[in-house]
Design a binder for this molecule. Structure first.
Ligand SMILES: Nc1ccn([C@H]2C[C@H](O)[C@@H](COP(=O)(O)OP(=O)(O)OP(=O)(O)O)O2)c(=O)n1
Length: 150
């Protein structure tokens, strides 16, 4: 069904990949929609269908994990995949965009239904991550924080 609809707006990222040869690709997301925009749009989608009765936290978690599985399917048996997915077709890239979006949509709704203000929670968690992994201490090493002896 999702493949049949395929009414894609402008695809950001295409432009940032165009015309670069060898040099590092700069890639950024579009500034919109915000996470709050996405929360509201999904809430409207759910309300319009009277689907809130199905969208309890545990169901949303299972739905999200199911979509993570669909992302995994796209990478399955491909071996190592380089940044930018240079060997992937446009159709594969679009499928990936769909599945990552499904994961994100369910994540945002799960956070909403658990009353977690996700953008602010991310800021708090990143602050904790910086404290746990000071750049000066861990530069170039991927050891878990428990492996560092002060
Ligand atoms: N009860 C539901 C069913 C769907 N969706 C929305 C959120 C997801 O973005 C998308 C998921 O739709 P499908 O369950 O049809 O999954 P796919 O789009 O991945 O289809 P398929 O499983 O056929 O690949 O639709 C939702 O909010 N609540």
């Amino acid at each position: 069904l999702m493949e049949a609809i395929c009414d894609n707006g402008p695809v950001n990222g295409t432009a940032s990949h165009a015309g670069t040869s060898g040099e590092e690709n700069r890639f950024t997301f579009s500034p919109e929609p915000s996470v709050e925009d996405i929360r509201r749009m999904q809430a409207e989608f759910t309300d319009e269908r009277d689907w809130n009765k199905f969208h309890q936290p545990r169901n949303l978690l299972l739905a999200m994990v199911g979509e993570v599985g669909e992302v995994s399917e796209l990478f399955q048996w491909k071996g190592e995949v380089a940044e930018g997915l240079p060997d992937w077709s446009d159709s594969e890239r679009e499928q990936l965009a769909h599945e990552l979006s499904d994961v994100f949509i369910y994540l945002v709704e799960l956070a909403e239904k658990c009353r977690v203000d996700l953008p602010q929670a991310v800021l708090r968690k990143m602050a904790l991550n910086r404290l746990k992994y000071p750049a000066s201490k861990v530069h170039g090493s991927a050891k878990k924080y428990t492996e560092y002896k002060d």
